[in-house]
Write a protein that binds this ligand. Sequence first.
Ligand SMILES: CC(C)(COP(=O)(O)OP(=O)(O)OC[C@H]1O[C@@H](n2cnc3c(N)ncnc32)[C@H](O)[C@@H]1OP(=O)(O)O)[C@@H](O)C(=O)NCCC(=O)NCCS
Length: 331
Amino acid sequence: MCEKIAAGILGTGSYLPEKILTNFDLEKMVDTSDEWITTRTGIKERRIVDPSQATSDLATEASKRALEDANLKPEDLDMIIVATVTPDMNFPSTACIVQANLGALNAAAFDISVGCSGFIYGLAIAQQFVETGMYRNVLVIGAETLSKIINWKDRNTCVLFGDGAGAAVVGRVESGYGILGSYLGADGTGGKYLYMPAGGSRMPASHETVEKNLHTIFMEGQEVFKFAVKVMDSATIEVLERCGLTPEDIDMLIPHQANTRIIEAARKRLKLTNDKVYINLDKYGNTSAASVAIALDEAYRKGLIKKGDIILTVAFGAGLTWASSVIKWSK
Ligand SMILES: CC(C)(COP(=O)(O)OP(=O)(O)OC[C@H]1O[C@@H](n2cnc3c(N)ncnc32)[C@H](O)[C@@H]1OP(=O)(O)O)[C@@H](O)C(=O)NCCC(=O)NCCS
C-alpha cells in the first residue's frame, strides 16, 4: 500500500514596503492620538506602498523569497493562489499577474477572496492538491495594498490597516510532518459588518460612488471585534481537536494581526505564555490576507520555529470568514 503523501511548507517569504506611517503621522491627518491607537489596538506604525506599486508587485517579491527559501525555481510551481481583497484589478487575477512576473508558466493560477482568513484558506487548498498527488509545488500568497482602499478621513478604519505580502510554497514533506489539519468557516450574514460597497456588479463605479467614497472600507468595529474574539476561540479549539491535540501541544501561535486585545483573549483562553504567541502588528498594523503569512515568515526567519514544532495559525475576516490550521514544522 502507498504511504499517504504529507503536505507541508517548503519555504516562506515576505515583503513590506519601505514607507512607514506612524501613529504620530496619523495624528496630523485625523482626530486621533498615538495613545488611543496603541491602547485600543496595539498598533504603532504600518507600511504604505508607493503609489506606483500594486498588490502583484508586493506578492512577486514575497514569492521570490519563498521560492529561494524552498530552493525551487519558478518553473517548478504547479499552482499559484493569491489571497487578496485588493487585487490589481477585477480581472485578470492577481495570481496570473504574479505568474507572469515570476515566469512560472507551468502553474495554474487564481485568486481567492476570503478577507483576512485568505492565507490559511489558501494553505488548505494547496494541501489538498499536494496530498492527492495532483500537484507537487503550490505557491500560496497573501498580499494586500489596503492603503489604496482606505478612507483616510475615517478615523475608525484608517488607523488599523497596512500594506504587505507573505508567501509560502506548499509541497511534499516527510511523513508525519506538515499541515496536520485545517478548519475553514464562513458566516455570510455578517458580511455587512466589513465590506467595500462599490466597484462590483451591485454598485459599479460612477461619479457618485467616487464622490461618496464608496470604494473604501466600511466597518462596524465592535461587531467585528465580538465576532473575532468568538471565532478565535472556537476555531483554535476545533482544529486542535481535529488533529487530536490540546493547547499544551502548541509551540507557537501565529494569529491574524488585527488587534492585541483580540490576540490576548485567545492567548489567555489557550493558556499560552507570551513567548508562544507571535505578534508584529505594532510594526505593520492589520495587513489582512498577508498578516498570517508575514508573521509566519518572520517567526521562522528569527529562528523561533524549529523542526517538529506544532504551529497553530488562526484568522478571521471579511465575509465574515474564519480559518485555522495546525502545522508540524518540517524544515
Ligand atoms: C476598531 C476598534 C479598535 C475600536 O475599538 P473600540 O474599543 O471598539 O472602540 P469604539 O468603537 O467603541 O469607539 C470608542 C470611541 O472611540 C472613537 N474612535 C474610533 N476610532 C478612533 C480613533 N482612531 N482615534 C480616536 N478615537 C476613535 C469612537 O468614535 C468612539 O467615540 P464615541 O464613544 O465618542 O462614539 C475595535 O472595535 C476593533 O479592533 N474591532 C475589530 C476591527 C478589526 O479587526 N477589523 C478587521 C477585521 S479583519
